[in-house]
Design a binder for this molecule. Structure first.
Ligand code: CA
Length: 220
């Protein structure tokens, strides 16, 4: 099959941002602060954040879920896209990184929309299911430890309503998913995850080369 994708060099990427990115000052400040952080690559790209905000607006989303918060850029960009009475349940294990996140959420005036739960995400997801939240979320974003991706996905699929979306990050994993010389646990988990999702009749799928590759699964 011919490859119709355009190679995006730095100049063309900057052009793309210049004609479309609407990043508010606080998002820009967070990105700036994180630009020198050794784990800066864990933060989503700004055009991906804007795309997620677009999806939320299309869905009319009011209740969303995030698995993997890090320093809060994706939570901030998605919380900003929610109505004032919208709710984001954000799951992470790190007090240290989410402390940075909280500061920016307060600065942006969206902290009242965000319910941050510090615990292993599988536990928090099980708690939500046990509390009767199945089928109540409009959207879920999965961007956490890759070895648990399929478990996160299964639980998010339970929690998201029919017609809701699950967006999964890093599915192309810098291309390592097709490099058979790479056999570490995370890469193998992503390959297995992608394979299982491609066979999953419970969802309608679209995988796109946004950033490190994203899959969007619509719950049927
Ligand atoms: Ca990611």
């Amino acid at each position: 099959m011919p490859n119709k994708f355009l190679k995006l060099d730095d100049n063309l990427y900057q052009y793309l941002l210049s004609i479309s990115l609407k990043e508010n000052d606080i998002l820009a400040k967070l990105r700036q602060e994180m630009s020198t952080h050794p784990l800066a690559g864990m933060q989503i790209a700004p055009e991906q954040g804007q795309f997620m905000a677009m999806l939320l607006k299309l869905l009319g989303a009011k209740k969303i879920l995030e698995v993997g918060v890090f320093t809060g850029y994706s939570a901030l960009v998605t919380a900003l896209a929610l109505p004032d009475d919208g709710k984001l349940v954000a799951l992470d294990v790190s007090e240290e990184f989410t402390a940075i996140a909280r500061g920016y959420w307060q600065l942006a005036g969206v902290d009242h929309k965000i319910d941050l739960r510090i615990a292993p995400a599988l536990e928090s997801l099980d708690n939500l299911i046990a509390q009767g939240a199945s089928g109540t979320f409009d959207f879920a974003f999965i961007d956490a430890d890759k070895t648990n991706y399929y478990h996160y996905y299964q639980k998010c699929l339970e929690l998201v309503r029919t017609g809701g979306l699950i967006l999964i990050d890093n599915v192309l994993w810098s291309g390592q998913v097709i490099d058979q010389s790479v056999q570490d646990t995370r890469t193998k988990a992503l390959r297995a995850f992608n394979e299982k999702l491609s066979q999953d009749s419970r969802v309608f799928l679209s995988t796109l080369p946004v950033s490190d590759g994203i899959t969007i699964a619509l719950k049927l």
